[in-house]
Design a binder for this molecule. Structure first.
Ligand SMILES: [Ca+2]
Ligand SMILES: [Ca+2]
Length: 160
């Protein structure tokens, strides 16, 4: 086998295994992120993410938060109104925030001042669409944009 043939085979394999994210997704670390191009309730948004092989994005640390903020700022024209749903709910037990699907307790937050306030029973986690992109608990039935997150190796595809 010639060197070029070997390189070709390695490149072909890499196109499958090295590709981080499909079109429409942004890559960060081992994960791919996509903004849903529609507004939905938190539970509907989670179902849409799931249908794409993803889940509402659980933001786990400062580094990941900064990446997401950069992404949302780039997408600003597409999310001019409303908030952005992310992965987190305290629906099961007030004040105990857990991830969708896994129900793992969340340990990282970036609450806006005065949040979470549980106003009229707010149990779903969103990012305020404001300059500092801090977090809010909101009513789960509100229709917002949503951020999906999938493992880079997952077979995911984007809608629309
Ligand atoms: Ca709550
Ligand atoms: Ca709130």
């Amino acid at each position: 086998m010639g060197l070029l043939q070997l390189l070709y085979i390695l490149l072909s394999v890499c196109l499958v295994w090295c590709a981080n994210c499909k079109d429409g997704y942004s890559s960060h670390g081992d994960y791919c992120y996509a903004l849903l191009p529609l507004k939905a309730s938190w539970a509907e948004a989670q179902q849409y993410c799931k249908a794409l092989g993803a889940s509402l994005a659980v933001i786990e640390n400062n580094d990941e938060r900064l990446f997401v903020e950069g992404m949302l700022k780039r997408e600003h024209n597409n999310i001019s109104t409303g908030q952005i749903w992310i992965g987190g709910t305290d629906l099961l037990q007030e004040g105990q925030w857990v991830a969708p699907e896994t129900l793992e307790p969340l340990s990282y937050f970036n609450w806006a001042t005065g949040e979470p306030d549980n106003l009229m029973g707010q149990h779903c986690l969103a990012i305020f669409n404001s300059a500092d992109l801090k977090w809010d608990d909101n009513l789960c039935e509100v229709h917002n944009f949503a951020l999906c997150k999938a493992e880079g190796s997952a077979d995911i595809s984007i809608v629309g």
